[in-house]
Design a binder for this molecule. Structure first.
Ligand SMILES: [Zn+2]
Length: 217
């Protein structure tokens, strides 16, 4: 229990039908959770997309059908280029190594996080690692951090449970039997699929997250 995505299968759907009208039936928190993946698509593949998302003062005021179509295209292009997830496709995992650990942790509490809320934490932490290891500029790190905190708020991670959180990062199926490898950003809109890191790096990134203060508008 408490684990997510420890099993996986490779099966393509015959067809994907998306009707954005159903979005209006979603609670705002669920919509925001899905929005985390849209932000991720901009961060890993499309800088202009990210800047256009983050320039809106209200995250909800988006042209959702257009965003979904664009995001599906990005994901499809990445998956088609690497169907068995051997390299490039790993960039879709940006924010998810730490994000899944955070998500698993909160699943065992009375206040579970939605997937996207945990991934937002992961993207901030992994943007920090990108600044430290793969050339993301300090300016870009700051922009990503502020934007994600602005949309998702700040989650209180219990510092005393960091070792367990990190242990969960290692149990992430994407790292099974392998060295600790994360998808990191080299710039906004550009990602590297397999960057070797240590547990100390990950711990440092969680501290970076916790040091951020939430500036309410
Ligand atoms: Zn996800």
């Amino acid at each position: 229990m408490g684990f997510k995505n420890h099993l996986g299968v490779f099966t393509d759907p015959e067809r994907v039908l998306i009707d954005a009208r159903f979005l209006s039936s979603l609670p705002e928190r669920e919509l925001r959770s899905g929005f985390a993946e849209i932000i991720k698509h901009g961060l890993i593949q499309d800088a202009a997309y990210f800047y256009s998302l983050s320039s809106r003062s209200d995250w909800k005021s988006q042209d959702w059908p257009t965003l979904i179509q664009h995001s599906v295209r990005i994901k499809q292009a990445v998956v088609t280029a690497d169907p068995k997830e051997q390299g490039l496709r790993r960039i879709l995992n940006f924010g998810h190594t730490i994000g899944h650990a955070v998500e698993s942790h909160f699943l065992e509490t009375d206040e579970p996080l939605l997937h996207g809320e945990a991934i937002a934490v992961g993207m901030i932490a992994e943007a920090f690692l990108s600044w430290k290891h793969t050339g993301l500029s300090a300016e870009a790190l700051q922009l990503i951090t502020h934007y994600l905190l602005d949309v998702f708020g700040k989650v209180a991670l219990p510092l005393q449970e960091f070792p367990q959180l990190l242990d969960r990062c290692l149990q992430d199926k994407k790292n099974a039997g392998k060295a600790l490898q994360l998808a990191l950003l080299s710039d906004i809109g550009a990602a590297l699929p397999l960057v070797h890191l240590t547990l100390t790096d990950l711990e440092e990134s969680l501290h970076y997250y916790m040091e951020q203060t939430l500036e309410l508008p």
